[in-house]
Design a protein around this ligand. Structure first.
Ligand SMILES: [Mn+2]
Length: 399
């Protein structure tokens, strides 16, 4: 019996040693600071990717404390690619809110790192009477979706292909209920080919993610300077006349997502989605960038007073929004570079607005007076096509 016991003791020692080595290896690796990480909080799962160990520690701490207080946390799973998922389950039917402290960083591996601590709210228990609630982490999401730029389909072909859509460019899963409604707001003018490629790409993409969504194409009438920001404000206001949307995704028409894990939902804090664009070598140009594609909840967009209406012509309005976010102490959240990837459709460069830096400077004193609150426009036409809701809009007098 003795040799056996010695063998098992030896085995335990070896296993313990391996764990220790792994632990130290990870600790050292974390010190080196692989920077980018992101998290995705859903109703019952906290998912983190490429994390630092302090984050895991705080998460584990939260997990153990709340499992003793209300039985909220089921298990923490750590997978080989260093992503962590925490399953929240609650036996009671009432929704329990658990607060977890998460480290948050908007940095990427190409940009210097800044970290801060964010209090994230995680709701547990999502059973509503007799209705199955859709998972916000839908199964079988592709990591590399083909982006087709050619041939350009016709509207007729797309309507035939996407006959599962409901009028207005709307779809929602029919086998489960999505709790948050998403409106995609797309500023538009003179980009017919891009529109077709965008619709061809986005409808199957969003359906795969099980999003309850509606696509709004907000077209500026006339030939005056383009006002992207005002069109997005109009989209916000007009969409809310149609349905009580919870989440708004402001989307350039020439950006097509390449990874289905890039969920079109609104997290706790506004999310900048187009982190890595092919034409920018898949690198984040600067940390406060908020242009391209971004997701904001209805509540936050109202708090921010929307976008500024003062930017006519290309550029500046997205940086003004970044200033607004900072002014209201809202972080910019981001998925990692490996997920938030986009292909940009080619077009000739817009003429930049020469006054944009000046407008950006003066913008700081008028967050409350310039935005949703002073938006002037007229809806010239509105049509609920199968593929999208179309709004033709004249933006009010230039201020
Ligand atoms: Mn563009």
């Amino acid at each position: 019996m003795l040799p056996n016991s010695v063998t098992s003791k030896g085995l335990v020692f070896v296993v313990a040693l391996v764990f220790c080595l792994l632990f130290f290896y990870n600790a050292i690796e974390d010190k080196r600071g692989e920077s980018a990480f992101a998290f995705n909080i859903t109703r019952n799962v906290v998912r983190l990717e490429q994390i630092h160990s302090p984050l895991l520690k705080s998460l584990l701490k939260t997990g153990s404390s709340s499992s003793s207080s209300n039985g909220g946390v089921g298990r923490v799973r750590v997978s080989s690619n260093r992503s962590v998922a925490v399953d929240y389950k609650n036996s009671s039917s009432t929704t329990t809110t658990t607060t977890a402290l998460l480290y948050y960083s908007s940095s990427s591996s190409t940009v210097s790192s800044t970290s801060s601590v964010e209090a994230a709210t995680v709701e547990a228990g999502n059973a509503t009477d007799g209705v199955v609630v859709c998972s916000e982490n839908p199964p079988n999401l592709g990591t590399s979706v083909k982006v087709s730029k050619y041939p350009v389909p016709s509207i007729y072909q797309l309507e035939h292909r996407f006959s599962w859509l409901q009028p207005g460019g709307h779809w929602a899963p029919d086998d489960c209920k999505v709790l948050k409604r998403v409106a995609l707001i797309v500023p538009f003018r003179c980009r017919a080919e891009h529109l077709l490629l965008f619709l061809q790409h986005m409808h199957p993409f969003l359906r795969k993610q099980q999003i309850d969504y509606t696509i709004f194409i907000v077209e500026q009438d006339g030939s005056g300077p383009f006002n992207r920001a005002s069109l997005m404000n109009v989209g916000f206001k007009e969409a809310l006349k149609i349905a009580p949307f919870d989440c708004f995704i402001f989307h350039d028409i020439d950006l097509l997502p390449e990874d289905e894990r890039n969920l079109y939902t609104c997290p706790e804090y506004p999310r900048h989605m187009s982190v890595a664009i092919d034409s920018f070598q898949y690198k984040l140009p600067y940390t406060t960038i908020f242009g391209g594609v971004s997701a904001i909840t209805r509540e936050h967009f109202e708090l921010l007073n929307g976008f500024s209406n003062s930017f006519w012509g290309w550029g500046g309005e997205d940086d003004d929004m970044a200033n607004r976010l900072k002014h209201h102490n809202l972080f910019i959240s981001r998925y990692p570079i490996a997920i938030a990837r986009y292909t940009m459709l080619t077009h000739k460069k817009e003429k930049p607005n020469p006054n944009r830096y000046e407008t950006l400077k003066t913008g700081k004193i008028k967050y409350d007076s310039d935005g949703l609150s002073n938006l002037q426009y007229e809806v010239k036409k509105m049509k609920r096509n199968l593929l999208y809701t179309w709004l033709l809009v004249e933006i009010g007098p230039r201020s």
